[in-house]
Design a protein around this ligand. Structure first.
Ligand SMILES: Nc1ncnc2c1ncn2[C@@H]1O[C@H](COP(=O)(O)OP(=O)(O)OP(=O)(O)O)[C@@H](O)[C@H]1O
Length: 482
């Protein structure tokens, strides 16, 4: 009885005469005044409790000066507000990081919650088609929380019951423009809750110089660049395989060289061996001295891959029944096979026999290599299945600038573009877009925007000068170790 009653919805009225004005007749139910007053009061109280619970700091910053003003007068209230402001400014000037962590981001989040998201929530949801009208009532998704950091706004949303992630993923463009952001990404927090990420400014807009070579190498997190949230982007190389896809000039080389650079101390220590396959004879040849083995002709590449497969089988035989995972050691180093433009070997190669040898070796390495310490880092321009039939055997994938929107899902998996991986919209201008891409890890369906550091020719030259002098340590033959 107390709900808004729908009356006749215009949709249900049928007129056979053109230009007849549609008559909307609301149903009128007389409700006793006391009932209306009690409900209004209840809603008012619930609203106050909810606001105090959700925004205690904001409420306190209004209530405390008001209480002081009532009790001691406006001068004291003014003094209190003034001294808090001065303290805040001094704190921010003296120690910006702690100020932002404790107060700054919360204040900004409150402001943006109120001014950007809360204010526009209803019209945006309605126009974007994310609300529902049933029996005359508006059902809106709930804006749960807004948090901010240096670069992004993160908005937690409770979906309407019955909505799917796809419903939101398909409307990222509407949401981004409506809330004044350049893009929007959707990820799942838990059942029924989504996290919308709106970048406020782009920390990846300018090129990143080659990162310092780490003193100790963590093969599970080799630093290669920066993430959109400002944190370092690290690449897991051990225990997985990584496929990098990007159009020509998208910066695939910067990922390969950043990974190699991050591994160099472990190479020197004999814990890692890098095999460089360079069928284009361009990218890797500049630093060929850094590789345990370098191959460029298709025959040499096929030989190198097959020898690595043999080594892998050798290790598998030794490990069988003893251990199920690999720990890098001088006797059994981690072997990383780096292939630049893998399609030269798997698709554009005219010698069918050679092509099949390469495909079989790559498929074997990517299906069985992880547990015995063999990883593949492959780069290619064209991610179509005809070109790279084994692309699904790579658990971790990186999409740099791509030519067509359909290629994004080919690389990162279905639905990645809808969730905000707009790899086809990355700028073709090298300063702005080279090395920028989206990563989708085996463990997480949400694409993360990243930029690889640029390792220029002078950096590679310096790497060769510093690290190539150490002789490559050959793997100890299995019989000897056994
Ligand atoms: N991470 C980066 N940051 C800034 N600029 C970069 C980055 N990577 C590459 N560039 C610039 O973009 C140019 C092209 O890069 P690169 O040759 O690595 O692309 P690619 O994807 O390997 O292209 P191709 O497939 O044609 O070899 C480089 O010459 C460099 O000027």
């Amino acid at each position: 009885m107390l709900r808004k009653l729908p009356g006749d919805t215009a949709r249900d009225l049928v007129s056979t005469t053109p230009d007849t004005a549609i008559v909307f007749r609301p149903t009128v139910v007389n409700t006793p005044a006391i009932v209306v007053i009690v409900i209004a009061l209840w809603r008012f109280l619930a609203g106050i409790v909810h606001t105090v619970w959700r925004h205690p700091t904001a409420v306190a910053s209004l209530l405390v000066p008001a209480a002081v003003a009532v009790r001691y007068g406006w001068t004291w209230a003014g003094l209190l507000v003034g001294s808090v402001l001065v303290l805040g400014v001094v704190w921010a000037l003296l120690h910006r990081v702690s100020f932002l962590a404790v107060a700054g981001w919360r204040l900004l989040a409150f402001w943006r919650w109120m001014w950007i998201y809360r204010r526009h929530w209803q019209p945006v949801m309605v126009i974007a088609g994310l609300s529902k009208v049933m029996k005359g009532r508006d059902y809106l998704p709930v804006l749960v929380r807004v948090s901010c950091d240096d670069f992004t706004d993160r908005v937690t949303v409770k979906m309407l019951s019955g909505q799917s992630v796809e419903d939101w993923a398909k409307r990222t463009d509407h949401l981004a423009h409506a809330f004044g952001a350049l893009s929007c990404r959707v990820s799942i927090v838990r059942a029924g809750r989504l996290l919308l990420t709106f970048p406020r400014r782009d920390p990846l807009a300018t090129p990143i110089e080659a990162l310092p070579i780490p003193p100790a190498v963590d093969l599970g997190a080799v630093p290669v660049g920066k993430r959109e949230d400002g944190r370092p982007w690290t690449l897991k190389l051990h225990g997985t395989h990584v496929l990098v896809a990007g159009a020509t000039g998208s910066g695939k080389g910067s990922i390969i060289w950043s990974a190699v650079r991050g591994l160099l101390p472990a190479v020197r220590a004999g814990l890692v061996q890098i095999i460089g396959l360079d069928p284009k004879l361009m990218e890797l040849s500049y630093g060929r001295e850094l590789f345990h083995r370098y191959a460029s002709s298709p025959e040499e590449c096929a030989d190198a891959l097959e020898e690595t497969v043999a080594l892998m089988h050798d290790r598998a035989g030794l490990y069988a029944g003893h251990q199920r995972s690999h720990t890098p050691s001088v006797a059994y180093p981690f072997v990383l096979v780096v292939v630049d433009e893998v399609a030269f070997l798997t698709a554009y190669q005219t010698d069918k026999h050679l092509r099949e040898r390469v495909k079989a070796a790559l498929a074997t390495l990517t299906t069985q290599g992880r547990a015995v310490g063999v990883g593949v880092l492959a780069a290619l321009q064209d991610p179509r299945k005809e070109v790279m039939s084994i692309r699904n055997l790579f658990p971790d994938k990186i999409a740099l600038r791509l030519d067509e929107s359909e290629q994004v899902d080919m690389v990162l998996g279905e639905g990645a573009r809808d969730r905000g991986a707009l790899a086809d919209q990355i700028s073709p201008i090298p300063e702005r877009g080279a090395g920028v891409g989206f990563v989708r890890l085996e463990t997480s369906p949400d694409p993360v925007r990243v930029r690889a550091a640029y390792v220029c020719d002078a950096d590679i030259h310096a790497m060769v000068a510093e690290f190539a002098s150490s002789p490559a340590l050959p793997e100890v033959p299995s019989e000897e170790v056994a």
